[in-house]
Design a protein around this ligand. Structure first.
Ligand code: FAD
Ligand code: MG
Length: 301
């Protein structure tokens, strides 16, 4: 029986577990090892760690965490989670059954990439989602923006701050007249033909009319889903964002199910390492305070 089980042991989960460990709580972290940015070699924008390998950041955080004697680390995937009648939580992996007073969901999200040949292979290497994370390194570009969703126009209007930008309309309808005016004012070049393939060392964009337009890197939007359905099993309320779904939480990162807290990409419409760490810090302390109330015999509703 643990005080808290943290599901997901990446940036958000590590940060939440650290707060719980430092409050001398028995905490179990269960991690499936599928970090969202596992495809990238350098992570940017998190102070003191700008340009670091995300795998190294996580490995160092984990080493510091497991040095606390009340922390248990388990590799594996939580398959089911349910709230018991007395307001505890029962969690099952393929090999074990565990119980806790509080749950922290730090499960992250999974990106579904647009179906363009060659894109998947370059994901996180020369094809990216977040200009703040990966724009700076592209120098003067040219930078491609792939028109794959109604959100792509926002990418196209932002990216000129990072370099010369080409908006690949990808055979889709032209932007509106007003959007065209904005694109023009931002100096964005347009390519209309559908994209058939992306190959090359960086990103050579092949078009249906036979031309190849090389870019230093390209930005795409994705569809995101929660990386596990345990939040659905528990009955947590879900919110919609333009790119996917995330868990509803209050200002202290409590979900709509008492005793279940959520942090990181799974619990906000747009995430980063810094935000995941901040959310985790908050969710961990809120979960700790919940365990105090439960140990004092307070009701669990
Ligand atoms: P994640 O890091 O996704 O971790 C979730 C963890 O939960 C995973 O280990 C997963 O296996 C585990 N998990 C899920 N379900 C279960 C389950 N049922 N049982 C057990 N474990 C489970 N952000 C930046 O700040 N800077 C950058 O430079 C940057 N670059 C990026 C580049 C790319 C290509 C992408 C896609 C994202 C980038 N990000 C960057 C965003 C960053 O990756 C996320 O904001 C961050 O990983 C969120 O952390 P998290 O802990 O919420 O989730
Ligand atoms: Mg995490």
């Amino acid at each position: 029986m643990y005080d808290a089980i943290v599901i997901g042991g990446s940036f958000a989960g590590l940060s939440a577990a650290l707060q719980l460990a430092r409050a001398r709580r028995h905490v179990l972290v269960i991690d499936g090892g599928q970090r969202r940015n596992r495809f990238v070699s350098h992570s940017h924008g998190f102070i003191t760690q700008d340009g670091q390998s995300p795998g190294e950041i996580v490995a160092r955080a984990r080493a510091q965490l497991v040095a606390y004697p009340s922390v248990t680390w388990m590799e594996g995937r939580v398959e089911t989670a349910r709230r018991t009648e007395d307001g505890r939580f029962a969690v099952k992996t393929t090999t074990s059954e565990l119980e806790a007073l509080a749950l922290v969901l730090a499960i992250g999200v999974t990106d579904s990439l647009p179906d363009i040949p060659g894109l998947q292979k370059r994901w996180g290497k020369s094809i990216f989602i977040c200009p703040y994370c990966d724009g700076y390194e592209l120098g003067d570009g040219p930078i491609g923006v792939l028109n794959v969703s109604p959100m792509s126009i926002h990418h196209a209007l932002m990216l000129p701050d990072w370099g010369r930008t080409i908006f690949f309309l990808n055979g889709r309808a032209d932007p509106t007249d007003e959007e065209m005016r904005h694109l023009h004012r931002r100096g964005v070049a347009l390519e209309r033909a559908p994209i058939t393939l992306i190959d090359g060392e960086r990103a050579d964009v092949h078009l249906a009319d036979g031309r190849v337009v090389p870019v230093a890197g390209a930005f795409t939007t994705t569809r995101t889903t929660l990386s596990s359905d345990i939040a659905h099993q528990l009955g947590c309320e879900i919110e919609e964002s333009p790119s996917g779904v995330f868990l509803r939480t209050d200002f202290r990162k409590a979900t709509t199910i008492p005793g279940v807290f959520a942090c990181g990409d799974a619990a906000r419409s747009f995430g980063s390492v810094a935000m995941a760490v901040g959310d985790g810090n908050l969710a961990g302390s809120t979960a700790h305070q919940w365990t105090i109330l439960r140990k004092m015999g307070q009701p669990h509703e």
